[in-house]
Design a protein around this ligand. Structure first.
Ligand code: SF4
Ligand code: SF4
Length: 309
């Protein structure tokens, strides 16, 4: 292993991050991997709209020689919402509260590469594709990337650098061996989004996509409030996965919301009309705020029913 690559990996490991490098020569392949999905109509509308953005993501460092992809382990965050005299917990899927970790990874890379006067800039790419093709991660049947020592509870982040690529880890996509004789995620998925013939889910039906992006659930989800299981995202196929078992108890306490704040969210108060303090607590959800009200409402209703039983 080269000196720079070894130092980057060592520095990352100190914080339980994992990193891999690939040559910039593979950039068209990363772009093409998403392009093929876009052309086949196998990706969400949102990704389709972003597609051209992916194509010129290296414009801030056109002389880049290496892509670095990093996995950061992530806990669940459990928030508390007070409503009508009761406190309701609501979890956020790992990977949503991230900014501090991402800046930290960038700082580590800058410190490592500054010595050689190399530059580092963020790479906005198809991160899962990059992770599995660099050997950093493997696909689960649920089309989620798994990294040894983290399960699927992680966040990916990528960078371009003009330092030479001393270790090109590009490889064929691999699926986890654990999936060979397992289909628990497919059985648990309430929307039938996990097919048994390919490692690509039906993203258009996945609750994780629907409850992050749409202000209201489509009618066929509204009839199934019991499906809701997280404030943002859906955790069912990851929670049931045996590979994730060691990491399920990794939960950190998030902010608590008063009766008044919960009411404001449930009543769909526009983001800029929320008190400053509430906006700060909801910083993680700024881009996902519109769907938060229906997600929270479904979670509270579900818990009310369970407590009445
Ligand atoms: S639940 Fe089973 S099939 Fe699904 S990702 Fe986990 S190991 Fe693979
Ligand atoms: S996130 Fe939820 S809806 Fe999406 S595939 Fe997994 S279990 Fe199914």
């Amino acid at each position: 292993m080269s000196e720079i690559t070894a130092k980057i990996k060592e520095a990352m490991k100190r914080f339980r991050y994992e990193a891999k490098t690939v040559s910039i020569a593979h950039l068209p392949e990363v772009q093409e991997a998403v392009g093929e999905l876009v052309r086949q109509g196998l990706v969400s509308k949102l990704l389709y709209e972003k597609w051209h953005f992916y194509l010129d993501t290296n414009k801030d460092l056109p002389e880049a020689k290496t892509i670095v992809i990093v996995a950061i382990p992530q806990p669940f965050t459990r928030m508390q919402f007070e409503w009508q005299g009761t406190v309701y917990p609501a979890e956020i899927a790992p990977g949503r509260i991230t900014r501090a970790d991402e800046s930290h990874v960038e700082e580590i890379l800058n410190n490592m590469l500054r010595v050689g006067r190399y530059k580092v800039v963020r790479a906005h790419l198809a991160l899962k594709t990059l992770a599995v093709q660099s050997g950093l991660a493997k696909y689960g049947r649920n089309n989620i990337s798994y990294v040894p020592g983290m399960g699927s509870f992680l966040r990916l982040i990528a960078f371009y650098t003009d330092s030479p690529c001393e270790e090109d880890n590009w490889q064929e996509v691999e699926a986890m061996k654990d999936c060979e004789n397992c289909s628990l995620c497919r059985e648990k998925c309430p929307t039938g989004s996990i097919p048994d013939d390919r490692f690509l889910i039906h993203a258009e039906n996945c609750l994780g996509s629907l409850n992050e992006r749409e202000p209201d659930f489509p009618y066929w989800v509204q009839y199934q409030p019991d499906w809701q299981n997280a404030l943002i995202g859906c955790m069912l196929c990851q929670s049931v996965c045996p590979v994730n078992k060691p990491y399920l108890k990794n939960i950190v306490a998030g902010p608590q919301f008063s009766e008044e704040e919960t009411g404001l969210i449930l009543n769909r108060t526009p983001w800029d009309k929320l008190p400053q303090e509430t906006r700060q607590k909801l910083e993680f959800a700024e881009r996902n705020y519109p769907p938060l009200s229906s997600n929270l409402s479904a979670l509270i209703e579900k818990q009310k029913k369970t407590r009445q039983r």
